[in-house]
Design a binder for this molecule. Sequence first.
Ligand code: 26W
Length: 812
Amino acid sequence: MLSIDKETFKKDYRQKFIEIHGKDLDEGTDYNKYEALGSLVRDYVAKMWIDTNKKYKENSKKQVYYFSMEFLLGRLLGSNLLNLGIRDTCKAALDDLGIDLDKLENLEEDQGLGNGGLGRLAACFLDSMASLSIPGHGCGIRYKYGFFSQKIINDSQVEVPDDWLKRGNIWEIKKTDKARVVKFGGDVRVDYTDGNLKFNHTNYDAVLAVPYDMPIVGYKNNVVNTLRLWSAEPLSNEFDFSSFNRGDFKKAMEYRDSVESISQILYPDDSFYEGKVLRLKQQYFFVSAGLQSIIHHFKSAQGNMKELDEKIAVHINDTHPTLAIPELMRILIDEEGFGWDTSWRMTNNIMSYTNHTIMAEALEKWPIEMFKKLLPRIFMIVQEIDKRFCSELKNKYVGQWDKVRKMAIIDNGYIKMAHLAIVGSHSVNGVAKLHTEILKKQEMSDFYYCYPNKFNNKTNGITHRRWLISANPKLTMFLKEKIGDSFITHPTDMINFEKFAHNIEVQNRLRDIKLENKRKLADLIYKDKGINIDISSIFDVQIKRIHAYKRQTLNCLRIMDLYNRLIENPNLDIVPRTFIFAGKSAPGYYLAKDIITLINMVADKINNDDRVNKKIKVIFMENYRVSLAEVIIPAADVSEQISTTTKEASGTSNMKFMMNGAVTIATLDGANVEIRDEVGDENIVIFGLTEKQVLNLYKTGGYVSQNIINNDVRLKKIINSLVDGTYCKDKNKFKSIYENLVTYNDEFFVIKDFYSYLEAQEKIDRLYRDKSKWQRMCAVNIAHSGIFSSDRTIREYATGIWGSKCLYKNLE
Ligand code: 26W
């Protein structure tokens, strides 16, 4: 572990400042100070990084590569200081120099290279792999523009490019010497020489993939793993300088632009798959560069290619990196000279795949013509995989053509990436128990029947280092005081806190800590929006991507209902509540955008209505991102996890809230089920349709939302207020929401679950009034949250899927 005293740190820091800025510390701006600190921390990390790589080389343990289109890391200065074990020293040293560490940390841009859950999970996994000393690295794309920044203008979402690199990125190191060439398009000629088929790829467009490496620091264990992100650059010898000579500058620039566009933007969509050729290019680009570099590294470390599948594991995060399967086949066959069967066996042993969604509209499939043109050799390999797979199926299901067709990889003009991922991997996992069961029973039942042993569950987790220790230092201190600090490295030890749940003093302390966190959030809200909120009100929070199935609409309708009731009866006895929302909508997802506008307009109306605004307020916080979540979550009293049962694969914010002592109101969906099992029914508030009821209603079609609305005055009033000018003068503004609920029969059972949700909310109100009972529930939630640390999840992946071992300890 890095050991450094305050005085040395001060000296190092001063020196670093002068070195990079060429002026004295007291002449520097805050940003200069941040840069110097980041740069110093990076120096500290550098030696450990080199040592870790040496150790990996020496003991030749299996290396895991986590391939993901998204890594949503957030800020890194704070977590690196924490994991190095020097945060307190650094804070004290900077204090001496009159510099506020928190302020510098807040200057760092979020690294927002992901849409939401899947990308943040990848980031938590990197942290856990390094902290458990598992040789596990990330491989992805260095998008020039991350997930867009959200502005709320006239109550609606406006997208602004996220130019996160404009001031540079202190954590990355460009490795020009490790660049690889990725080939697109062209022709493949098949030659038959010496009894072997040879595939000659010609006339292709070559793109240079340049890696930028970022250190992933383990928690106080000297381990530094690598996140390698690829950036696309023109190949210098491909750059058509002759065009310059002819003065055809435009043509040369077009070539450059088309290459650079590959790593230009992150697709801001997590809901509807779109068959854009640029996205397919992105996928092949990073997967090909990643695998080439892994194999190059393996061979240069004297690895025996025949043992490749014992020495590396490649994980595919959703179907997005599935091309890793045919690309590895290509490398093994075309470049390494292995036969099909050996290559297929190795590829299968190496690859594993996680599914993160059952939403049919999000499943990736590529039109054959587009695929073939862009990736001719890869297409041939996919065709061969499909041919062999289908012939296996035909033998198994004699005469059942429909079944074979349904399961085929290539069908009806499309390549189905989930099918390719399942067939090419030795492991397929879901991300929560319920989700895995649904995959097995419904979505992927045919495949489960064929390969029952491939399927397994790995319930998601979150890194408690970021989401508790770093985000909630006050609660962390208090836990240490009560149960010691073993939970820092063994998060399930938090269970020792449960015995204090009944202790009045402990309950009071928990309440005080929550109040301080609420004050911090209230200050931020005041600063951002000029709205004063009452910190003794219940902070009722729903923060996540805006999506019909996540049912922000349900939350909003009950707020509208409460508003109606308060107007009717100003003396209505409720505990004051502040409803807090945050989340981004995909730019082209109009319904979700309308939901954002509705929340903001309901907020305007309520916050400005003096008849009610002492009791309720509604806040929509702009630009949801990791660093904002770190402020909101520790301040939450109530965690809203209200998706239509069966639709949320797992959810991970549910775990973050629980770990910070919020009480969950939830449907029995995703990991909520496991949270309920952990804390018991008395420490969570459950409502809504069950899995069976939902599946049954979908199957029988026995649900008509209009029938419920028409027979219910209260509901009718709320629904009508969407289109009668109550919240927006333009009566058509929320017509889409209205029509979804009424005309199109409410696909996500908002109306059906409405009263059940209201009852649950009334229960929350009652529970909160009993101060002691409420704090007891919070304490139990904290105590049981350790199991949802991503350390547990990663141990399960390492032992159950990757067959990888730790560098330093055994995987207990
Ligand atoms: C349109 C292409 C696309 C489709 C799906 C892009 C991204 C996705 C992701 C799979 C969406 C996603 O982030 N899923 C979430 O993954 C989390 C981590 O496992 C789960 O906790 C969430 O329930 C799931 O919605």
